[in-house]
Design a protein around this ligand. Structure first.
Ligand code: ADP
Ligand code: MG
Length: 642
């Protein structure tokens, strides 16, 4: 047998150690690389055959595990390689690609995770798990001679004669000790499922030991029906993923099934969007609007990125705006340059175009839904609301299309846009309410105040304190002039909107009394000292409520939402007391006699605590006081009744 030796000329001598070391992060990537090379080779053969009219067999990739020999062999019936081609493409060119990768890794110090997905290491990723690699190939060229190339993990290699008689390539990995888990079929299967799920040719996994075992058992079986099927044609993948198909030929169930396949643990998606574009770039994909899972971190990316049906990454952060990562699904594009580093990807004009396209499509589909089936739109709002608001706040294009389709729950529990909100303002308040939106904070506003406004026909929208402070700030800044908009909390709005009577002299005495009982002395040096105000609302059943500094509060919420918990709720508060409320009047009367001042003080404190309970709630300390004071008061009351 004749052998020919060769040497890979590289500048990075430690290339093999580096490739191997990397195996601690994502060493299963070799599966993707070798199977996608095999698919490429089949495509090349088919393409060539089309021009020459030659016959080609059905493309097929086989992954064979031989546990005894400790090998995994990837075979294809693709184009094959001559000895010169192996020399050129494998030994020299592929190597220079790997070398460039190693250099980049050293220079940029980027996290390997990030490069791995973007930078195909290609053929040489085999050395992450194998000490020795053999390439056995027969080219489809007329009269080509088969060849075998062997390299055992250093820069020397060897060619020898081969007996291969069918066109195609077989790549055998002699798996090293540290990676023997890949010799277990389940491990290789799960890796194949992850990376090769939608590759364009059938990928068959064969576990030789298992096949032999079943064959031996079958040989022993006495009856024909006791024989088990031999797992020799176990196709892993779906060669025609849904995104490749014509949407007109698909049913809702097809989409739901596909979603289930991608996310087996998820509840059914709400709706979806099939993307298909050929110009000025090629992209296909399906984006699903999932049911919102409040327990899942928002920054987790859920969209799978494919390049010609090869799974590339589930990190699409650099391809589409962050808010779209709340969606799920798959995007397949040949125009996303995957073999470059992160920084290059961000400045890529193609990526910008793709990203704009997706944003526009998503917004248009929501817009259409809004227009055509408002009821369904409203129904899904609980799940999509966060996504839409996040998009409006963070992406100008999306903002333009969707801003006026953001809805809020009003005091009647209906979902309305801000435009609809404005239209529903009663005639009487149109002037005062121009550009004003009253909001009610779900977690901390006083529901009595909302009711009081509602009695006047004034609605309040309900807001959360996570995304809504951002949304409100954004719209306040964006809408100017005639369109200008201003949000106002119910507690501030109520005194602006509802008619009050001027405070009398007695009212001012009540104010002083409450201040004295609840706060004590005025302290000019303490800016967060509580204040007391008197407001005489008509027909009000509220004895008192808390009013907070709105700007401070929103600022605190935003910093909190961004993960800065150092800013808690602002401490500056004003207790607004209603002097015509019976409890308040009684407290005032009691305070004039010395022996009843104690009771007056208890009532004042109670009024204050009740206002807190109606809003943000009581602190632990205050709650304790409240409970013991309640007991005292109830005892006094029951003693009186007895
Ligand atoms: P890339 O796939 O990006 O070109 P690789 O390192 O994965 O880089 O492969 C290097 C080259 O080796 C391929 O471009 C191809 O020419 C050749 N090659 C690798 N695997 C096969 C195969 N199974 N059949 C035919 N040619 C192959
Ligand atoms: Mg490749």
């Amino acid at each position: 047998m004749s052998t020919r030796k060769g040497h890979i000329s590289v500048n990075t001598n430690d290339i093999f150690p580096i490739i191997k070391k990397w195996l601690y992060s994502e060493h299963d990537i070799f599966v993707r690389e070798l199977v996608s090379n095999a698919c490429d080779a089949i495509t090349k053969r088919e393409t060539l055959a089309r021009t020459t009219g030659a016959e080609t067999p059905e493309g097929k990739v086989e992954v064979l595990i031989d546990k005894d020999k400790k090998t995994i062999t990837f075979s294809d019936n693709g184009i094959g390689m001559t000895e010169e081609e192996v020399e050129k493409y494998i030994a020299q060119l592929a190597f220079s690609g790997a070398e460039e990768f190693v250099k980049k890794m050293k220079e940029e110090g980027e996290s390997t995770d990030e490069i791995i997905g973007k930078f195909g290491l290609g053929f040489y990723s085999a050395f992450m798990v194998a000490d020795k690699v053999e390439v056995n190939s027969l080219s489809m060229n007329e009269g080509a001679k088969p060849t075998k190339w062997t390299c055992d993990g250093n820069t020397d290699y060897e060619f020898s004669d081969s007996q291969k008689s069918t066109v195609g390539t077989e790549i055998t990995l002699f798996i090293n000790e540290e990676n023997k888990e890949f010799l277990d079929a389940w491990k290789t299967r799960s890796t194949l499922t992850n990376y090769c799920d939608f590759m364009p040719y059938p990928v068959v996994l064969k576990d030789l030991a298992e096949i032999e075992r079943i064959k031996a058992e079958n040989a022993k079986a006495e009856k024909e029906e006791d024989k088990k099927p031999v797992p020799e044609n176990d196709v892993i993948n779906d060669t025609e993923p849904l995104w490749k198909k014509d949407p007109a030929s698909l049913t809702d169930q097809d989409y739901k099934d596909f979603y289930k396949k991608l996310y087996p643990m998820d509840p059914e998606p709400l709706f979806w969007l099939h993307l298909n574009v050929d110009h000025p770039f090629t992209l296909q994909g399906i984006l699903f609007f999932p049911k919102l899972n409040p327990n899942k971190p928002l920054n987790e990316s859920n969209i799978k990125l494919y390049c010609k049906q090869v799974f590339v990454s589930d990190n699409v952060k650099n391809v589409i705006p962050e808010f779209l990562a709340l969606l799920k699904g798959a995007i397949d594009s040949t125009d996303i340059p995957l073999n470059v580093s992160r920084s290059a990807l961000q400045g890529d004009p193609n990526i910008k175009k793709i990203s704009n396209y997706i944003v526009k499509k998503v917004a248009e589909s929501l817009k259409k839904r809004f227009k055509q089936d408002r009821e369904a739109y409203n129904k899904s709002w609980e799940d999509i609301g966060l996504f839409v608001k996040y998009g409006v706040v963070s992406d100008p294009k999306f903002d333009e299309l969707m801003r006026d389709r953001v809805v809020f729950k009003n005091s009647n529990d209906e979902l309305v846009t801000l435009g609809e909100y404005a239209e529903n303002v009663p005639e009487k308040y149109q002037e005062k309410m121009k550009g004003k939106v009253v909001y009610f904070e779900e977690a901390s506003s006083d529901a009595n105040l909302r009711e009081q406004l509602k009695a006047e026909g004034i609605q309040a929208i309900t807001t959360d304190n996570y995304i809504d402070p951002h949304f409100m700030q954004h719209t306040e800044m964006q809408k100017q002039g005639d369109e200008a908009i201003k949000y106002q909390l119910v507690d501030n709005a109520i005194e602006d909107l509802l008619e009050t009577e001027n405070a009398s002299e007695d009212d001012m005495k009540i104010k002083d009394l409450f201040f004295e009982l609840l706060v004590g002395k005025k302290d000019e040096n303490n800016p967060s000292q509580m204040e007391v105000e008197i407001k005489n609302f008509k027909n009000s059943s509220t004895a008192a409520y808390f009013k907070v500094d709105e700007q401070m509060k929103r600022f605190a919420q935003m910093t909190k939402a961004m993960g800065n918990s150092a800013f808690d709720m602002p401490s500056k508060k004003t207790l607004v007391v209603n002097p015509s409320h019976n409890l308040v009047k009684n407290a005032f009367k009691l305070s004039s006699s010395e022996d009843k001042k104690e009771l007056a003080s208890k009532i004042a404190h109670h009024i204050q605590d009740l206002a807190a309970i109606s809003g943000e709630g009581l602190t632990d300390e205050k709650r304790k006081d409240f409970v013991s004071r309640s007991q005292d008061l109830m005892s006094e009351l029951s003693n009186l009744a007895l």
